[in-house]
Design a protein around this ligand. Structure first.
Ligand code: PLP
Length: 294
């Protein structure tokens, strides 16, 4: 492949039972993941050699697969082993593990094949600079809003991400770090790759309830548990763009950053335009949890 030589030397990918040089790894051209986006994925953040919230990600992977009548390609225990092997072979200390399970290769036809086909399992690793992640947590981002044009089962983590990519591109072109997606009734559902949270003018922490409208973020669920333990009340209810614009604080959560402050929405400053105190408190609670893991 033309770009293979540009990949960092030594990167290793797992594909269907084999550990291969990243640039040489590939799948069949009739893989249904490639043909139809008939595939599920997960991203696990690795910090100082520890995969964070791994169990939550594996549980969600299984839920997504079940929703699409796909079987786990191997047991959870075996998958954990493959993740560690990929981490080891890539000398991954800080970064992301990416897992994708597709329905497998089959002559192109829309219906799910009646016969059992072998699913494709891909695991890759990518290092990232923990200093950059820490800076983002400390300094925050801005967001812009985009119409939520995704399908009706956003709770399934499929690789069909075109609406997310288009919205994220619009955000990037507007100089923002994320796009918040607004449904036709004016409610903010979530970000392109993050869950959305606000602290209202009245001081309530609010995030969209679970359901088909949003992805059940693993970090979101950990943050809710941490908030409950710390007796910080969180309302899981819908909130409008107007409410967000009038909020005291706003933040996003995802595997690559729990409680990243949002300083402005559509150019309108949130609070005093600096990371809010509740946002920082939730960050600290999550960070505390991680340091216990290390
Ligand atoms: C649409 C969407 N919402 C929320 C999230 C955050 O989920 P998690 O905390 O599990 O990373 C993601 C992560 O990829 C996402 O794609």
């Amino acid at each position: 492949m033309k770009w293979a030589h540009k990949k960092p030397p030594g990167r290793v990918a797992y594909v269907n039972g084999r550990y291969l040089p990243h640039g040489a790894a590939g799948v069949h051209i009739e893989d249904r993941g490639l043909q139809f986006g008939d595939a599920i994925y997960e991203v696990v953040y690795v910090q100082a050699g520890v995969p964070l919230d791994e169990e939550g990600h594996l549980v969600r992977l299984e839920n997504s697969l079940t929703a699409l009548e796909l079987a786990m390609p191997m047991s959870r225990t075996a998958l954990r082993f493959v993740l560690r092997e990929v981490m080891g072979r890539n000398r991954l200390a800080d970064g992301r593990l990416y897992l994708q399970v597709t329905r497998g290769a089959f002559p192109r036809d829309h219906p799910i094949p009646d016969e059992q086909i072998k699913p494709t399992l891909i695991v890759t690793a990518r290092s990232s600079d923990p200093v950059i992640a820490a800076k983002k947590l400390a300094s925050g981002i801005t967001v812009v809003t985009q119409l939520d044009i995704r399908w009706g089962r956003r709770d399934i983590k499929t690789t069909q991400l075109l609406p997310n990519l288009l919205a994220k591109t619009a955000a990037k072109r507007a100089g923002a770090g994320e796009a918040w997606l607004v449904d036709p009734d004016g409610f903010i559902t979530e970000g392109c790759a993050t869950n959305a949270w606000i602290v209202t003018a009245a001081g309530d922490v609010v995030t969209h309830p679970l359901g088909p409208e949003i992805l059940p973020g693993v970090t979101r669920s950990v943050m809710l548990a941490l908030a409950a333990q710390a007796q910080i009340a969180v309302a899981e209810r819908k909130f409008t763009l107007a409410e967000a614009l009038a909020a005291r604080e706003a933040f996003i959560s995802s595997a690559s950053g729990a409680a990243v402050p949002v300083l402005a929405i559509n150019g309108k400053q949130i609070g005093d335009g600096r990371p809010g105190s509740l946002t920082l408190r939730l960050q600290a609670l999550y960070g505390g949890l991680k340091s216990c893991l290390n």
